[in-house]
Design a protein around this ligand. Structure first.
Ligand code: NAD
Length: 539
């Protein structure tokens, strides 16, 4: 055990960030809600669904609820619009993304207000979404023509066969997105789909639909034909299966349980799906790590968006020789994080998004404490700040039978584990069915790469928690094992929205006996030719 002082064992309270003077109601007026609601694919007289602001619990937006028939009509409209869009030159399609990039940076404050109002996250964490979304827009705006261009490939018979590999859009993408990063996760997967020539029918989480609707308006302003992005709103178990039923490909981000259901339905129709699912991500602090940087990094890795981040760290493995020194720094920083609900920069962490989230976080912490875990800091809700606030929490002494050990909490809770050898750290980090993200802290980059190569996760961040890999949008991002299938970002992030097509043009001679050659002679000639091709190094 460490000699963490009694004060750091949860007796201090996290300080409160100053308010911003603006209320959610003034930042998100009903006139704006009404305008955005017109972007929902639903009958104007549709039943309404109510969302609430997590910061205060007060009503935020009343939105039309799409029916399964609305979803079907959305697909029809999207399909009609997609035909013309697929004929539009790729550079013209890419220009829309680049204009969107500029508009987003210019008008970021509008959407930062919406993201904060809908999710309850701090402004800095909301800004993460501006970063990630604009990076994806720039990357695919600049890179799409290269990714999609027709490529010459070696033909069946050199000289006689000219072969081209092309990419065709899938058609209409069914895109189902969660509430935790409503801008980034609604838009960043849609952008490569659009630029590859597809239309999108998107079902965002109802709680964060305003952000997705705002982004749709902005993309239309940037030049996207309006019918190309259809937004449907309603319960996941009701509308989700209808989206999958009509899609030519499914892009899903959400929980592993829902992802399995989506995968089963897509498989039954023989359409592809990319699934970005949950994680139980590990951070490894090796003996030679810079402990101040690691402690700072751990705060970001564990508590960004109050831990409601798929790539955030929930298991922190520290080398025994530095555990005490690291924890002293990490716990002190965590305890000093300012909590707040201001619609302005200044708070280090905001609120959870929903009662369900608060219930899971509370249950994981309370069960662990009851079973013998120690709270080093945090460990309690903060109703004095808002109905869904929970302090950033560091747990020690967590054991295998506690839910918080293996299950995704998806909240501001991290457990500390000590290790003595790197071998042990890697084995324990890998001892999970998930495989999304990992973080390794050391001054020795060669060592970091060797450790990274043995971690079973789709991304590994060295001396950073998650942002280095997530922001490297030219490289693939996604999960192994229960964390998903397929990847966003990079070549895989756009090619998943295309079908490969091979066009092979045969010249002069058929690939069959010719010039009166007998079958035997033709086979012998071809055998000689095949040997020669291998000798000449042909692939
Ligand atoms: P969720 O699976 O409950 O919901 C995600 C989306 O799926 C929502 O739009 C929801 O309405 C819809 N949905 C619900 N039931 C459905 C069904 N039967 N068919 C089709 N769609 C359905 O997930 P959540 O709890 O809202 O989101 C949090 C989860 O998402 C966490 O597990 C988190 O790790 C994961 N996540 C993963 C990534 C990633 O990139 N890997 C990113 C963010 C969140």
């Amino acid at each position: 055990m460490t000699d963490i002082t009694a004060e750091s064992r949860g007796s201090g309270r996290n300080p409160v960030a100053p308010g911003a003077g603006r209320t959610v109601a003034s930042a998100v007026p009903q006139s704006l809600v009404g305008r955005l609601a017109r972007g929902v694919s639903a009958d104007p007289g549709a039943e309404r669904v109510q969302t609430r602001a997590p910061f205060t619990g007060e009503p935020l937006a009343e939105l039309p609820r799409s029916t399964p028939e609305d979803v079907e009509q959305a697909f029809e409209r999207a399909r009609r619009a997609q035909r013309a869009w697929a004929e539009t030159p790729v550079r013209q399609r890419a220009a829309v993304l680049l204009r969107f990039h500029d508009l987003l940076l210019k008008r970021q404050d509008e959407v930062l207000d919406l993201i904060q109002a809908e999710t309850g996250k701090s402004r800095l964490h909301a800004f993460d979404e501006i970063l990630a979304t604009s990076m994806a827009a720039r990357h695919y705006g600049r890179g799409a023509a290269g990714y999609l261009k027709e490529r010459r490939r070696g033909g069946a018979v050199p000289v006689l066969t000219k072969t081209l590999e092309g990419r065709r859009p899938k058609g209409v993408i069914g895109h189902i997105s969660p509430w935790n990063y409503p801008l980034e996760l609604s838009v960043s997967d849609a952008l490569p789909a659009f630029v590859a020539g597809n239309a999108v029918v998107n079902k965002p989480d109802t709680q964060t639909a305003l952000t997705a609707l705002w982004a749709r308006e902005l993309l239309i302003e940037a030049g996207l034909p309006a019918d190309l992005w259809q937004l449907v709103i309603g319960d996941g178990p009701v509308l989700g299966p209808v989206v999958v039923e009509h899609a030519d490909y499914v892009s899903f981000t959400g929980s592993t349980a829902t992802g399995r259901d989506v995968a089963r339905r897509a498989a039954a129709r023989l359409v592809g799906a990319s699934l970005e699912l949950g994680g139980k991500n590990a951070m490894l602090v090796l003996a030679d790590a810079d402990l101040d940087r690691a402690a700072e990094g751990a705060v970001r890795a564990c508590f960004s968006s109050a831990g409601q981040l798929c790539v955030s760290v929930e298991r922190l493995f520290v080398h025994s020789s530095v555990a005490e020194a690291f924890l002293e720094r990490f716990v002190a920083r965590t305890r000093n994080m300012r909590l707040g609900s201001g619609l302005a920069y200044g708070a280090d962490m905001g609120s959870l998004v929903s009662e369900r989230q608060l219930e899971t976080v509370t249950r994981h912490v309370e069960e662990a404490v009851k079973a013998g875990a120690t709270v080093l800091t945090g460990g309690r809700a903060r109703p004095d700040l808002g109905p869904l606030f929970f302090e950033p929490t560091v747990l020690d002494g967590v054991t295998a039978e506690m839910a918080v050990c293996a299950e995704e909490t998806f909240g501001p809770v991290v457990s500390i584990y000590r290790f003595d050898t790197e071998e042990e750290a890697v084995t324990r980090a890998n001892a999970t069915s998930y495989g999304l993200n990992a973080s390794v802290w050391t001054k020795d980059l060669r060592r970091a790469r060797a450790v990274a190569a043995r971690l079973r996760t789709g991304t590994v961040n060295v001396n950073e928690g998650y942002a280095a890999a997530y922001g490297s949008v030219a490289s693939p991002m996604g999960g192994m094992g229960d964390s998903g299938l397929g990847r966003r970002h990079g070549a895989e992030g756009i090619l998943r929205f295309t079908e490969a097509q091979t066009i092979a043009m045969q010249r002069l001679l058929p690939i069959a006996p010719a010039f009166g050659l007998s079958e035997e002679k033709w086979a012998a000639l071809f055998t000689t030719g095949l040997k020669a091709l291998k000798t000449l190094g042909a692939k």
